[in-house]
Design a protein around this ligand. Structure first.
Ligand SMILES: [Zn+2]
Length: 137
């Protein structure tokens, strides 16, 4: 993350008043941090998913990091799905073997099963189109 100018902080004590596990925040001084509700080394696979998800917010919002002052607290369902799809694609591309079984896949890429199955439902709507694309390549 350092090459993006983003610092990762393992600070579970900052998450007492929220049900979230990660936040990306840019201060008015222009410092960007991803805060995790995890201790360092506590759950590396889930941490990797959380980091890709937060990066996904930057990439899919189409905003520069500096445009994000304190704007991270309220996000729509659509924004969360976009960030999850971004993380899913990034993490699946890193796998050499992709399990057919969603439960196995969720464990492998560190994405919680509920998040993955929700994403699969969204992508199911495009199933015929995706299959067609796969046949062309
Ligand atoms: Zn999010």
């Amino acid at each position: 993350m350092a090459e993006r100018g983003i610092v990762v902080y393992h600070q579970p004590e900052l998450f007492k008043n929220t049900n979230k596990d990660a936040r990306i925040i840019t201060s008015p001084m222009g410092n960007t941090g991803i805060f995790l509700n995890l201790y360092d080394g506590e759950n590396p696979a889930y941490e990797r998913f959380l980091l890709w998800h937060e990066i996904g917010h930057i990439e899919t919002d189409g905003l520069s990091i500096k445009g994000r002052f304190f704007s991270a607290s309220e996000r729509s369902k659509a924004e969360e799905i976009s960030a999850n799809i971004f993380a899913f694609v990034a993490l699946v591309q890193q796998q050499r073997i992709i399990p057919d079984n969603w439960y196995e896949l969720s464990k492998k890429i560190g994405m919680p099963y509920l998040v993955l199955s929700e994403l699969m439902m969204v992508m199911q709507k495009d199933h015929d189109f995706i299959q067609y694309l796969n046949k062309q390549n």
